[in-house]
Write a protein that binds this ligand. Structure first.
Ligand SMILES: [Zn+2]
Length: 299
């Protein structure tokens, strides 16, 4: 657990703003950061960690909620940035202990509902308040926090970076992000909004984005599909063996593991349940003009 608080550089007549990272700072695992001001806490992200080779019999790792338990009455809301396991995978465990509204995009909501059902938590599902966070809408006020946001791009659609205004200053929480001017299933990052936020002044920006310290940029998701196909054609391979990470929805639907199987490699073998699951969650939401029925037709 790593913590920091505002000091004399900010307004010392006011309560300190405390920021506590429970993990996720140095690797893609168990992202959970809490922002605490006076008697109020908001939590951003609640992901799982992935067991290492030595952790025999361990399926997943959830964040240590001890500090949150000790401050249970202060916790007012949960905000989720995007639909990757290391950002949403532990939400059902969190909500079992802390009954607060959850703000996120709709894809995160649907994955979370599925996980609750998988864990037999239909009662919890009924009692949970899911609030859809739309960056273009008015800010959400939670106690002393005014939370707005802007769109960023990632390998999943509709990722959000939160702008958390506090009496001590403005925090920007951009978890994983990239700038993709030609996103596959998404809108481009809100560059104008980001510029304006920067001009207005930011006390602190937090990000757990892997690779963020490297110079340069990353390729748009849209170039991955043709690259994949040309590589396959070049080697004239009859088999494609590839991992499929269910929550890398933009990447996989674009690169078109699926299209590849239709157009080039008919003997497409996969974990049907896994892909069905992804498509059913995502197809509950009109994210794209992509024809899900045609994708499902390949099975
Ligand atoms: Zn991510």
């Amino acid at each position: 657990m790593i913590g920091m608080s505002t000091n004399n550089n900010t307004n010392s007549n006011l309560p300190e703003l405390k920021i506590t990272s429970f993990s996720g700072s140095f690797s893609a695992t168990k992202n959970l950061i809490c922002y605490e001001y006076g008697d109020d806490i908001i939590v951003v992200d609640c992901g799982i960690g992935f067991p290492e080779k030595s952790m025999h019999g361990v399926d997943l790792i959830i964040p240590d909620f001890t500090y949150l338990r000790q401050n249970k009455d202060k916790i007012k809301a949960l905000f989720i940035t995007h639909s990757h396991e290391d950002h949403l995978g532990a939400i059902s465990y969190f909500l079992e202990e802390f009954n607060v509204p959850m703000y996120s995009n709709r894809l995160v909501q649907e994955y979370t509902k599925e996980k609750m059902i998988d864990r037999g938590l239909k009662g919890l599902l009924k009692n949970t308040t899911f609030k859809t966070f739309v960056p273009e809408d008015k800010p959400v006020i939670v106690g002393p926090f005014k939370v707005s946001g802007f769109r960023v791009n990632h390998s999943v659609p509709s990722a959000i970076a939160y702008v958390i205004d506090t009496p001590q200053g403005r925090i920007v929480h951009a978890a994983d992000y990239k700038f993709d001017m030609d996103p596959v299933l998404d809108k481009p990052a809100d560059v104008k909004v980001i510029k304006k936020i920067g001009e207005e002044g930011v006390l602190c920006m937090l990000s757990d984005c892997l690779g963020v310290s490297k110079d340069g940029g990353s390729v748009p998701e849209s170039v991955l599909g043709p690259t994949f196909i040309s590589a396959q054609v070049a080697i004239n391979s009859l088999w494609l063996i590839t991992p499929y990470f269910r929550h890398n929805f933009s990447t996989d639907s674009n690169t078109s593991l699926v299209n590849l199987s239709i157009n080039i490699l008919p003997p497409f073998i996969s974990d049907k349940a896994l892909i069905d699951d992804t498509l059913s969650s995502s197809s509950l939401i009109t994210l794209t003009s992509c024809s899900f029925s045609s994708l499902l037709g390949i099975f």
